[in-house]
Design a protein around this ligand. Structure first.
Ligand SMILES: Cc1ncc(COP(=O)(O)O)c(C=O)c1O
Length: 396
């Protein structure tokens, strides 16, 4: 199967966040969306929905689309990751930010601390802010072989007198693309047990992992801790359907789900639209060929762009990501005026997300989304080379 790229005019006509955030001459490589046509089964599913005018209320309960999405998630987890997620623990929701905010409300109170490994998906910080929760950060360690989870989170928190109620984990990790190993995650499970924390494990990037790295759901890696793990997953990232809003939460035990239900009424989670649920089903059940083609394309592009960036200026650090379609650029040593994102916006007309949005202390970094078309990857490579070599006085 080949992956059909969209042309630039078509991208601008999409009126999505990725292509509307910046001026029209800027290559919008910030927001996490992709520049490819949808997987054919998703297109076909949505077209037939319109054909049949299926715009009525979807049904809740044991029969209907919500139940289908729940069953499909359980089957997919078993097929991809050999994880048996009991359907009784599944809760379909509209989107994952909603799921995160709902977990904050269920398992903590205003003023409570939430452990997050920064840099983190900026919306995690928005959820904390809106929920009046406090960031207890355990930054990733910047090692010569890439970012690593801090192996002693308990010590790091104790030094600062912090005692979080919840951990918000992103695995695989946005923005670094790390796929944490079992050994890296084990100290966080021990900490959760010691502090009686709930871990909300956002695994939305689980489909986007490059071999030899392999994703394993946290609840499968540590079955003994299932009673404190909520797993989040969705088709929106890997199948490019974020405008259609549908996600799923899985509670590791009935008790955990009961604690959640006691604080979050079902109606607050809303109901995804029929189109969103049908697209999710088509993605999870019929679009694996498309996903394989996507991963081959992204694999090629992650190598090409990291090579280009390293060649452009040796002071720029950018590890090859193990997952996701982001490059996490460390331009601190270059001392670029206004920071990397601002400098590349002004000189190369490339729109990225500034490191400062990913947590305190990440200034000088920037995130680049490289899930774009071959023509725009060419444009990115030449614009980055020109801007960065210009900055280093034509060196390299
Ligand atoms: C870690 C993570 N969680 C959640 C989301 C967004 O989820 P949704 O599509 O449900 O809004 C993103 C989007 O980039 C993400 O990177």
């Amino acid at each position: 199967m080949s992956l059909a790229p969209m042309d630039l005019d078509a991208l601008h006509r999409k009126r999505n966040a990725k292509w509307s955030t910046f001026a029209p001459d800027v290559l919008g490589m910030g927001i996490a969306e992709m520049d490819y046509h949808l997987a054919p089964p998703i297109r076909a599913r949505l077209a037939s929905l319109l054909e049949d005018e299926r715009t009525g209320y979807p049904t809740r309960g044991p029969v209907g689309l919500m139940a289908d999405v729940s069953g499909s998630f359980t089957r997919r987890m078993a097929r991809l990751f050999d994880w048996q997620a009991d359907p009784a623990g599944n809760v379909v929701c509209v989107d994952l930010l909603q799921a995160i905010s709902a977990c904050l409300a269920a398992f903590s109170d205003p003023g409570d601390g939430v452990l997050i490994q920064t840099p983190c998906y900026p919306a995690f910080l928005v959820a904390l802010d809106q929920g009046r929760r406090v960031l207890h950060d355990v930054p990733l360690l910047d090692t010569p072989s890439g970012f690593r989870a801090d192996p002693a989170p308990a010590a790091s928190l104790a030094r600062r007198g912090l005692s979080p109620r919840i951990m918000l984990l992103c695995q695989p990790h946005n923005p670094t693309g790390r796929v944490f190993t079992r050994a890296e995650l084990a100290p966080y499970i021990r900490l959760a047990e010691a502090e009686d924390m709930v871990i909300v494990s956002d695994e939305i990037h689980a489909d986007l992992v490059f071999a030899p790295a392999r994703h394993a759901p946290l609840a499968q890696m540590f079955p003994e801790a299932a009673g404190r793990i909520v797993t989040l997953y969705s088709a929106t990232k890997s199948f490019n359907t974020p405008g259609l809003r549908c996600g799923i939460m899985h509670f590791g035990t009935p008790d955990l789900l009961e604690r959640f239900r006691a604080r979050v009424p079902e109606s607050l989670l809303g109901l995804p639209s029929t189109g969103a649920m049908e697209a999710t089903l088509a993605a999870w059940e019929e679009s694996d060929d498309w996903l394989a083609a996507l991963m081959a394309r992204l694999d090629d592009q992650r190598h090409r762009l990291t090579d280009v960036l390293r060649d452009a200026d040796p002071r720029l650090r950018c590890a090859l990501p193990e997952s996701t379609y982001f490059l996490w650029l460390d331009a601190r040593a270059m001392d670029l005026p206004g920071g990397a994102a601002q400098f590349l916006l002004e000189t190369a007309r490339i729109g990225m997300i500034d490191g400062a949005s990913f947590g305190p202390g990440w200034n000088g970094f920037a995130r680049l989304n490289y899930a774009t078309t071959p023509a725009l990857v060419d444009a990115l490579c030449s614009r980055l080379t020109q801007a960065l070599r210009g900055k280093s006085g034509g060196a390299g």
